[in-house]
Design a protein around this ligand. Structure first.
Ligand code: FO1
Length: 329
């Protein structure tokens, strides 16, 4: 990890696998100067456990123990529990690895003891050696619901059981209106910039923004907000983002991503192959930075993270905001 100046705090927003990769690069550069606000709209109760897939993906990735092939779950996992569960005729569609199960049991037990999700997340991430701070968007239950052909489908049913195989008409965030933004988020010192990681805008970032006060908090920071496009060359790096954009009649491109964040993002990082879109995006009032964004290696994550921080430093901030981050190189 590279040493940074005292005011080099950065806040990142992240959801699943793609977001976790950039958060990992940022964490490598910033360590405890980074706070990652994580989507909990994917959380659900399953087999009596409270499962927080995105919190676990970010924790495992920053802890260096994530399964590199699938992106979620643990490296070197075994599946004896699932084998036995299937033999018993239990619900085997959502795969819980033997060691991953310990995370869910630990979290569920601590929540039953009265700990908040924020407290449990801090305990789990500390145990796995994560130096950056991870904060669930809310300690209250917010649940992403997919509306498709007159049906309401719970998020993991849609994502895993149905393999995103039904068309999305609308996405809702049950419980969001009554949820409180994690108080630890409002108490964060003003950062130098906010980075919205290349997570699915509709499934991973929108749930965070749906928590009352989240948008106002972000805008009120008065610092550059930079989003990294998860759409590269008209396709999603991973997951159903492109399919959902098509189904919701949004242009499946970095331009569509920029339009989605218009009014919130000050800058967008797009892939070199999308350079031709830069003038149209700039016309939306969003500054554009063009670099390779596909993260195949740890070095790619760190490179893109450094690039995002450098880009953020070029963007104007509200007078009175703290100084831009010093170089992390
Ligand atoms: N994703 C799958 O595609 N299939 C699974 O069986 C599955 C199990 C699973 C267990 C724990 C966990 O933390 C994540 C898991 N995921 C699985 C990933 C998860 O459904 C998605 O990555 C996110 O919710 C979307 O960001």
């Amino acid at each position: 990890m590279t040493t940074t100046a005292a005011n080099d705090r950065i806040i990142a927003l992240a959801g699943g696998v793609g977001g976790a990769k950039l958060a990992d690069g940022l964490s490598h550069l910033l360590g405890d100067k980074l706070t990652v606000v994580v989507n909990t709209g994917d959380d659900f109760e399953h087999l009596g456990f409270h499962i927080s897939p995105d919190l676990d993906t970010v924790t495992y990735t920053l802890g260096g123990v994530a399964n590199s092939q699938q992106g979620w779950g643990l490296e070197g996992e075994t599946w004896r529990f699932m084998e036995q569960l299937a033999r018993l005729g239990g619900p085997a569609w959502f795969k819980l690895g033997d060691r991953d199960l310990a995370t869910h049991a630990y979290r569920t037990n601590r929540l039953r003891e009265g700990a908040t999700l924020t407290e449990v997340t801090a305990e789990l991430s500390a145990a796995l050696g994560v130096t950056s701070r991870l904060l669930p968007m809310s300690d209250d239950a917010v649940r992403t619901v997919i509306h498709s052909g007159g049906r309401s489908i719970a998020f993991q049913e849609y994502f895993v059981r149905l393999a995103c195989g039904v068309p999305v008409d609308r996405i809702a965030f049950a419980g969001a209106a009554a949820a409180q933004l994690n108080p630890a988020i409002g108490a964060l010192p003003r950062p130098a910039a906010v980075i919205i990681c290349p997570s699915n805008p509709y499934l991973s970032i929108d749930p965070i923004l749906a928590v009352p006060g989240a948008r106002d908090w972000l805008k009120g920071l008065g610092v550059p907000i930079v989003v990294v496009s998860p759409i590269v060359g008209g396709a999603a790096i991973k997951g159903p983002a492109a399919k959902i954009m098509q189904e919701l009649d949004a242009p499946v491109s970095a331009l569509g991503v920029a339009a989605h964040y218009q009014g919130l993002a000050d800058g967008i990082v797009i892939d070199s192959c999308d350079e031709a879109l830069a003038p149209e995006i700039a016309a939306l009032g969003i500054a554009v930075h063009v670099v390779p964004t596909v993260m195949r290696s740890k070095a790619d994550r760190v490179e893109l993270a450094g690039s995002c921080l450098a880009f953020a430093r070029t963007l104007p901030r509200t007078p009175g905001a703290e100084a831009a981050p010093a170089s992390t190189k």
